[in-house]
Write a protein that binds this ligand. Structure first.
Ligand code: PLP
Length: 361
């Protein structure tokens, strides 16, 4: 199913015998211990409706991000907020990077939006360059979607360039949606957040989630930070569909936030080690090359085998139990996305198995 694009999100380990899942880009460490304890003790809360505004959690997030509480809206994972944003705004035309996370286009198109793609060049390490600023000056799109670090390439946007992009969007009245879900899984990432621009740039929206940085994909809790005028529109759009996030999700997210320093330190150590193992692997594989990621948890591997990426991933998974995300799921044939920030033992074992499998070619 995954390889037929029905589930480009990755992580569908339930329908097939996957032993080593590298198709997703989640954090491998498991939830913080305080969260596990809170799950055990909070079952009695299930008879109550949740706080529709997640007041306590929003207060903690606002303090953490250094933005006013009224700017923050929680949702059921980042994906729900992407869809709510597109549904509330219904832009006619939007600009996104290529390659990038597939759900921006999926959500935009679901609401009838035309999606224009700005191609990142592998020769430039998939980085955004000055040329992108020219594209912003000329675009007739109403909204621009950026992801930093970008999924799947792991490239962080240069802070200077991002600041200039903000200025152009502000001057031209374009909305800017920046996905920062992986920012804290990047060295120095937190300081690269655009949170401090929110009060002066009314068209700016930032997306975050507990999914990646806190290893809590199962929680389905994300938040968006943007001007109240916009978050209100999202709230109205959402109220009809889901009312609020789950009671336990709300509570557990607050508990997780209390452990943020410890988990962030451990996360970065895991990411660095995974990056080192991947670099070693790529250096020894004649069929694989890549642009070294600078942040996040994914890398985009180029391969030179006469096989489509979906077929390669299907065979690899069936023959070894190792699952990667095919480039075709991101409209980039000839590539594979690997989530390399697993437990180092697992990453090592998976890469070894992948390497052995590649020996047949
Ligand atoms: C860049 C990026 N943003 C957002 C998400 C969505 O996260 P969630 O699982 O919280 O919906 C993902 C998930 O893979 C992602 O890669």
């Amino acid at each position: 199913m995954l390889y037929e694009r029905e589930n480009p999100h990755g992580g569908d380990i339930y329908r097939q015998p996957v032993r080593l899942d590298f198709s997703v880009n989640t954090n491998p460490l498991g939830p913080p211990p305080g969260v596990i304890r809170a799950v055990e003790s909070s079952a009695q809360l299930l008879d109550r409706y949740p706080d529709p505004c997640c007041r306590e959690l929003v207060g903690a997030l606002a303090a953490y991000e250094g933005v006013p509480e009224r700017f923050i809206l929680c949702g059921c994972g980042a994906a729900e907020l992407i869809f709510s944003y597109c549904g509330a705004l219904r832009p006619g035309k939007a600009l996104e990077l290529a390659p990038t996370f597939s759900e921006y286009a999926a959500a935009l198109e679901a609401f009838g939006c035309q999606v224009e793609r700005y191609a990142l060049e592998e020769e430039n390490g998939f980085a955004l360059t000055e040329k992108f600023l020219d594209a912003l000056e000329q675009t007739d799109c109403e909204v621009v979607f950026l992801c930093s670090p970008n999924n799947p390439t792991g490239r962080l946007t240069d802070p200077g360039l991002l600041a200039e992009a903000c200025e152009i969007c502000l001057r031209r009245g374009l909305r800017l949606f920046v996905d920062e879900c992986f920012l804290e899984l990047s060295d120095g990432g937190r300081s690269a957040s655009l949170a401090d621009q929110l009060e002066r740039f009314p068209g700016l929206f930032l997306l975050k989630a507990f999914t990646k940085s806190y290893a809590m994909a199962g929680l389905r809790l994300g938040w968006i930070a943007g001007p109240r005028e916009l978050t209100e529109r999202l709230e109205r759009q959402r109220d009809y569909h889901i009312i609020s996030v789950g009671r336990l999700d709300d509570l557990l997210a607050s508990v997780a936030l209390e452990s943020r320093e410890a988990i962030s330190t451990r996360n970065l150590a895991i990411c660095r080690e995974g990056g080192r193992l991947l670099a070693e692997f790529v250096a020894g594989e004649p069929h694989i090359s890549y642009v070294k990621p600078k942040g996040g948890t994914t890398a985009f591997l180029r391969y030179d085998l006469p096989m489509e990426s979906a077929e390669l991933c299907r065979r690899l998974q069936e023959e070894t139990g190792v699952m990667l995300l095919p480039g075709s799921a991101l409209d980039m044939e000839g590539y594979l996305r690997i989530g390399y920030c697993n437990d180092p033992g697992i990453t090592e074992a998976g890469l070894a198995r992948f390497g052995e499998w590649l020996r047949q070619f």
